[in-house]
Design a protein around this ligand. Structure first.
Ligand code: SF4
Length: 422
């Protein structure tokens, strides 16, 4: 009896999707489709509904179970859909007993108050990902209240996986041959604040690098630069096994908008953070999330977000057109016309694409230790991806390459040994 999991949204959702598949199978749920929803934008919720309807059409006999942030935030709305058999909350989805109760035909809505959750679920899966890169969850939830964000209402308070559990899981991943581990969560820079002795993310990273000497590369998923502890910054500056790549949650380049977003940094701090770290680690690359069209944003304010890309030296910019999320303070602010939101997002994407092209062109002629991913793709330490000019090695292998060219927003590289032999 097949259990299909469709995970929308973030890596954490995909990670948990693997765990749910195992729990549902062990519980004997039978033929089912689990839709692991996302609520980060109105579009994500629309796609969740679309996925549910498609699952029902394609598998009329299967049980349709909806979980994830959209289901956690608005369980009744999903339970009311005729296609849906059950709704499971973000905490319940990782508890075996809940799946056993569903398998026995128990309650169809299993959603508790996620704000009351204080612990992370034990590591239910060894890894999510492939031989090349494994995603390891170290934290869940968020204690911040950025005014545009619905995530805390879906994920609950910040809670960390104990250091020992993370180290054990990481060592197992290395023993299984994973070349790169990506530490993931919702707000990983708040790691440890809820644990005894309040270990910081920097302390955890240091422990991991010592405990797993054979680990080729450790990468961090999205971080809040304003909350990075000094030990972590020092490690990124000096430790070559720590990927020279940070994806920053910047959101805007204008101080008034950052204030209205309730972010913890200001424009000049973001710029000096990137410049200082780049001075200490010249091969570092920065990614960032930027929102276009936040309520009350003027053209001038928006202009500062565009300028930020160059002033902070951002390389991989993800642009999000502002999407009002019901229940968030920003949704009650005076909204901009959707046409303005869309056109600003397009302009920001143009600037982002130009920055990426500059960055990729700058890699040509350089050499690096790339990890081979599935499908012959390679990933460089600074997060750039590309293709090999000559097939070489299996997924998970680490090879020395020389960057030959850029093709669109990917690179073309030659295995060094092959080139030297020619
Ligand atoms: S830090 Fe802000 S944007 Fe990030 S999950 Fe928490 S509330 Fe949302």
């Amino acid at each position: 009896m097949s259990i299909d999991v469709v995970s929308l949204g973030c890596r954490l959702n995909a990670f948990e999707g693997e765990a749910m598949k195992r729990l549902a199978r062990e519980a004997g749920l039978g033929r089912a489709v689990i839709v692991n929803s996302c609520a980060v934008t109105a579009e994500a919720v629309r796609q969740t509904r679309q996925t549910i309807r498609r699952a029902r059409r394609e598998q009329p006999e299967a049980r349709i179970v909806v979980t994830g942030c959209a289901a956690q935030i608005d369980a009744a709305a999903f339970a009311a859909m005729p296609e849906v058999d059950a709704v499971v909350g973000n905490d319940e989805k990782l508890i075996g007993a809940r799946w056993r109760s569903l398998a026995k035909g128990g309650e169809r809505i299993l959603v508790n108050d996620v704000m009351s959750v204080r612990s992370t679920a034990p590591q239910l899966v060894e890894a999510y990902g492939d031989r090349a890169r494994a995603f390891l969850q170290i934290q869940n939830g968020c204690d911040h209240r950025c005014t545009f964000c619905i995530i805390p209402y879906g994920r609950g308070p910040s809670r960390s996986v104990p250091v020992g559990d993370v180290v054990t899981a990481a060592r197992r991943l290395v023993d299984e041959g994973h070349a790169e581990i990506v530490l993931t969560g919702v707000d990983i820079t708040s790691y440890g604040a809820d644990l005894e002795g309040a270990p910081t993310l920097g302390m955890l990273v240091e422990r991991l690098l010592i405990a797993a000497p054979k680990l080729v590369r450790l990468r961090l998923s999205s971080v809040d630069g304003a909350e990075m502890d000094p030990r972590l910054v020092d490690l990124i500056a000096s430790e070559t096994r720590l990927a020279p790549h940070l994806h920053l949650s910047l959101q805007s380049g204008d101080d008034m908008i950052l204030k209205r977003m309730k972010r913890r940094h200001r424009r000049t701090e973001a710029i000096s953070f990137c410049r200082n770290l780049r001075a200490r680690r010249p091969d570092i690359a920065f990614g960032a999330d930027l929102i276009a069209g936040f309520p009350t944003e003027t053209d001038e304010m928006f202009g500062r977000s565009v300028l930020l890309i160059e002033e902070a030296g951002l390389n991989f910019v993800h642009v999000f057109p502002y999407s009002p999320r019901p229940g968030t303070p920003a949704a009650r602010m005076p909204q901009l016309d959707r046409a303005i939101v869309k056109s600003r997002a397009a302009r920001l994407r143009e600037a982002a694409s130009a920055a990426l092209v500059r960055f990729l062109d700058d890699q040509i002629g350089k050499r690096a230790d790339a990890v081979i991913e599935t499908g012959g793709r390679i990933r460089l330490p600074n997060f750039a991806v590309g293709k090999l000019s000559a097939p070489s090695g299996a997924p998970g292998a680490v090879i020395r390459v020389e960057i030959l060219a850029r093709r669109g927003d990917e690179l073309v590289a030659a295995p060094v040994h092959a080139k030297e032999a020619a």
